[in-house]
Ligand binder design. Structure first.
Ligand SMILES: *Cc1c(COP(=O)(O)O)cnc(C)c1O
Length: 481
């Protein structure tokens, strides 16, 4: 018998009259609050003893899965290890007690860190300057597009109201363009998964503000034609935007600025190892090439080596404060603790790990584009389609073996996408164990397909109805049932 009270809600553990605390009598207990400010009935709070509460929440926290418990091959997300030293630095009392409205002369150290981080990012990407203000990759995209729109307005090119996005792009690209008030035009991919340059050529005219590219793209493939694409885009008067979410495999090896990109964002919470479970916190600094620096929104830190100050921009403002400072501290710590030489190893190791898994599994999983990948790659489900076992089933069965599932059903180019990104941190043993489990699941799909279709079997909660959960979420305890 399992003596843990798994799966229970705290309300189900409640017994009337139980208490986990005793409070002194309130000084205001006899004071009559205005009737309009009092609730008609007592709040129906759970009533529990202290140990029940402690165990309930501790046991639930133990169900969390993170990079620190096991392999987390979630493609498109770069779930890399967040070294503990990053946390130590972010927790320094002098950083923790900062306030965003503090006078600049009282937080020179923090501004210096931001200034140095901006410069590290500029050097790593070959761009001229960065703003650290945006709070995530998608927010960075919006910021970058606002900059691009201002650039065209400054040049009297207000008719440039469209953005070209590849059909393989992350969903945030078209969404950001739409939020920025720009129309989206899709450019096709070739059969080998990269942007179709001939299709692009036909789409470029004087209504195009920008072309957004991800390199390597969301299939993990290096866009070899970037120099040609950059030339075409610039000749047409548009700008080239780099979605830097996939910077990891290029880090220190080649630079978007040298490839001809004009504006880009970086996801500090991906490439620079800051934690981003459960949707946050993030940071999406935006960089621009030389000549565009004055268009960067507020939160560019300037300095002369002695004093530092924030350069404000009244025209473009994207955030209330100076950005997610604690994330910046972690990213800067990561850059310094790896150093120039080790940073250059990130890309090759991530690339090696991804190719190793891909080559070791492609005889049993369908590899629609069989070529060298960068840091991630996409299978189109199991090779043997006769078993009826889907990508969803494989992902659920992986949970039984103690792995976080890869990204599934993204990108949308294939029906059964299964997108794997191992990152550079993982050892050969970890990769071999994962490969062995993936092969075993492929075998189970043949010998006992129902086992895989019914997975997961040994997790606290079995297979849930994802669609129902998304469409009709139950977010409050129902006392009536
Ligand atoms: C993660 C990702 C984004 C969005 O970044 P967020 O920080 O999640 O907003 C955009 N593009 C690509 C290719 C990504 O992988």
């Amino acid at each position: 018998m399992n003596n843990r009270l798994y799966g229970n809600l705290i309300f189900e553990l409640s017994h009337p009259g139980r208490r986990g605390y005793t409070l002194p009598k309130s000084e205001f207990a006899d004071y009559d609050l205005p009737a309009g400010m009092c609730r008609a009935e007592d709040a129906r709070l759970p009533e529990c003893d202290e140990m029940t509460v402690v165990r309930h929440y501790t046991n639930h926290s133990a169900n969390n899965f993170g990079v620190n418990n096991g392999f987390y091959p979630l493609g498109s997300c770069t779930m890399k290890y967040n070294p503990a030293i990053n946390e130590d630095m972010a927790a320094l009392p002098s950083f923790q007690s900062l306030h965003p409205s503090q006078p600049e002369e009282s937080c020179q150290g923090a501004l210096e860190l931001m200034y140095r981080l901006q410069h590290s990012l500029a050097e790593l990407t070959g761009l001229s300057d960065f703003t650290l203000n945006p709070y995530a990759g998608a927010h960075g995209e919006l910021t970058g597009l606002m900059i691009i729109r201002s650039y065209h307005e400054r040049n009297g090119q207000t008719q440039r109201t469209k953005v070209i996005v590849p059909d393989s792009a992350h969903g945030t690209n078209p969404a950001s363009a739409a939020v920025c008030g720009l129309d989206v035009v899709e450019v096709k991919s070739t059969a080998d998964g990269i942007v179709d340059v001939d299709d692009l050529r036909g789409l470029l005219d004087d209504t195009i503000a920008a072309v957004m590219m991800t390199n390597p793209n969301t299939l993990g493939l290096f866009e070899r034609q970037i120099p040609e694409i950059a030339r075409l885009v610039h000749d047409s008067g548009a700008l080239l935007y780099y979605d830097g979410a996939n910077l990891n495999p290029l880090l220190g090896k080649c630079r978007p600025g040298d490839m001809g990109f004009d504006v880009m964002h970086i996801n500090l919470h991906k490439t620079f190892s800051t934690p981003h479970g459960g949707g946050g916190p993030g940071s999406g600094p935006v960089g621009v090439r030389e000549g565009m620096e004055t268009l960067l929104p507020t939160c560019v830190v300037k300095g002369d080596g002695d004093t530092y100050h924030v350069r404000r921009n009244e025209a473009i403002s994207v955030g209330a404060s100076l950005g997610n400072f604690a994330v910046m501290v972690r990213a800067y710590t990561y850059i310094l603790s790896l150093g120039r030489d080790q940073l250059k190893m990130v890309g090759p190791l991530a690339t090696l790990n991804a190719n190793y898994i891909k080559e070791s599994l492609k005889d049993v999983y369908e590899l629609p584009i069989d070529t060298l990948c960068k840091h991630e790659f996409v299978f189109d489900g199991l090779k043997d389609k006769s078993t009826g076992v889907t990508t969803m089933d494989v992902a659920k069965r992986l949970l039984d073996y103690g792995y976080h599932a890869p990204t599934i059903y993204f990108p949308l180019l294939f029906h059964e996408s299964l997108m794997i990104e191992p990152t550079e941190n993982e050892s050969l043993d970890t990769l071999d164990s994962f490969i062995a489990v993936m092969r075993r699941i492929a075998e189970e799909a043949k010998t006992d397909p129902e086992l895989v279709k019914g997975a997961p079997h040994n997790t606290p909660i079995g297979r849930v109805d994802d669609v129902l959960a998304a469409k009709q979420p139950v977010l409050a305890y129902n006392f009536e049932v």
